[in-house]
Design a protein around this ligand. Structure first.
Ligand SMILES: Cc1cc2nc3c(=O)[nH]c(=O)nc-3n(C[C@H](O)[C@H](O)[C@H](O)COP(=O)(O)OP(=O)(O)OC[C@H]3O[C@@H](n4cnc5c(N)ncnc54)[C@H](O)[C@@H]3O)c2cc1C
Length: 373
């Protein structure tokens, strides 16, 4: 890792995103409260972000002039600063593209990736179950049987986000006959498959999150991303976990914004709060720098050493998000308690950074295993 890189190089990546900032102001910000309070899924914004190139930066095959992992995180960060529920949808879309980029077979990549990376096809990722399985937290919930031309799937994934009837997502399935786990694209319109509305959430209600039911649902070979995920996971894990930093960094920045706004009227009393925005700004700068540096290493690096660094940073990002959102609440005071106040929304969103797979507890378990090895 090149530790001498300076912060100016890092922020130059975000300077290429003015069009995205404009889109966030014009198309996302007016909906943020409805997304949070009424569970509106911002389909139009998600498509428009794809049209503006928001889902391509990290994908070498879609960036002939060179991919830039950090720019993908910058986009997610900018969206999450405004609305982290939508920032999570951006992560879902980016992660799906990342898996397709690393597909065993170019044909599945060529079929789906141009549409996924341009936002013409929206979709998500149902990998939490498998990642928890690999960390010995829970069993794989969907099983497949081999049939002519593909697989028949049965089981249920409780939560998959960034979905609608015409969306797709990637999931991992257990194939007992082959004693291998496969990854495939699931089309929400395929036969034997149903999306079921989950219970109401306390945050991320507008993230298009559904339970996914497979009842003898056919998955054609054409949609198989990998026939043996034990080879694929080491190549994709650091990238998709590092991408999640976009959510955490954005929430922290949003909380600092709130604290600075409150400063104008409440500095005389807020200065007695332990956590101040300057200290958080410093920690955010460090986290951004580490994210940028690791982003330069993820492509083609399947090492445990890199994954350990990414997990440690991701854990730090969760802690920082929790710390910043609590501080934002304290700085906002009673105003932060209003139902539409950004401070309490950020507080609820920040907990998601800490519980989405890999949750903080999962990261600690995984670090214990990797470090022992
Ligand atoms: C709003 C929202 C959106 C989400 N979107 C996605 C998504 O897009 N894709 C995705 O893959 N995931 C998604 N998730 C899931 C998420 O990533 C995490 O996996 C989940 O939040 C982690 O839950 P947990 O830490 O509570 O795990 P736990 O539920 O604590 O996992 C532990 C495991 O232990 C099992 N268990 C519980 N009690 C017992 C017991 N007594 N004995 C034995 N076993 C037990 C549980 O069944 C579970 O399997 C979403 C979750 C939410 C809330």
């Amino acid at each position: 890792m090149n530790a001498t890189i300076d912060i100016a190089t890092i922020s130059s990546a975000s300077q290429s995103l003015p069009q995205i900032d404009k889109l966030i102001k014009q198309q996302l910000a007016p909906q943020t409260i409805a997304i949070d309070r009424q569970g509106v899924y911002p389909a139009g914004f998600m498509s428009a972000l794809g049209g503006a190139g928001g889902y391509q930066h990290h994908l070498p095959s879609q960036q002939p002039n060179g991919s830039n992992f950090s720019s993908a995180i910058d986009v997610m960060q900018a969206v999450s600063r405004e609305c982290m529920s939508t920032g999570f949808c951006v992560w879902c879309q980016d992660a799906l593209g990342w898996y397709l980029e690393h597909a065993d077979d170019a044909s599945v990549r060529n079929r789906w990736l141009p549409r996924v990376s341009s936002g013409q096809q929206l979709g998500g990722t149902g990998l939490s179950n498998a990642m928890k399985h690999f960390a010995s937290i829970e069993p794989i919930k969907i099983k497949v049987k081999r049939v002519h031309g593909g697989y028949i799937a049965n089981g249920t994934l409780p939560w998959v986000s960034n979905l609608k009837d015409d969306h797709v997502f990637a999931a991992i399935f257990q194939c007992d006959e082959r004693q291998q786990n496969i990854m495939a694209v699931v089309d929400c319109q395929q036969s034997g498959f149903k999306l079921r509305q989950c219970a109401k959430f306390t945050a991320l209600e507008g993230s298009g999150t559904y339970a996914c039911h497979f009842n003898d649902s056919f998955i054609p070979d054409d949609n198989v991303i990998s026939n043996d995920v034990s080879m694929l996971i080491p190549r994709i894990r650091a990238g998709f976990v590092l991408l999640q930093m976009g959510m955490g960094l954005g929430v922290v920045q949003g909380c600092i914004d709130i604290m600075r706004q409150m400063h104008e009227t409440h500095h005389h009393v807020n200065r007695f709060i332990d956590e101040q925005p300057d200290a958080l700004e410093e920690a955010l700068k460090d986290a951004r720098k580490a994210t940028f540096l690791l982003g330069r290493e993820v492509s083609g690096n399947a090492s445990d050493a890199l994954f350990i660094d990414v997990l440690q940073l991701r854990h730090f990002g969760s802690e920082l998000a929790l710390r910043a959102s609590q501080a934002a609440m304290l700085h906002a005071g009673a105003r932060g308690y209003l139902a539409e106040a950004p401070a309490q929304r950020k507080l609820r969103e920040s907990y998601f950074v800490a519980i989405v797979t890999p949750a903080m507890k999962h990261i600690r378990k995984e670090l214990e295993r990797l470090q022992a090895a």
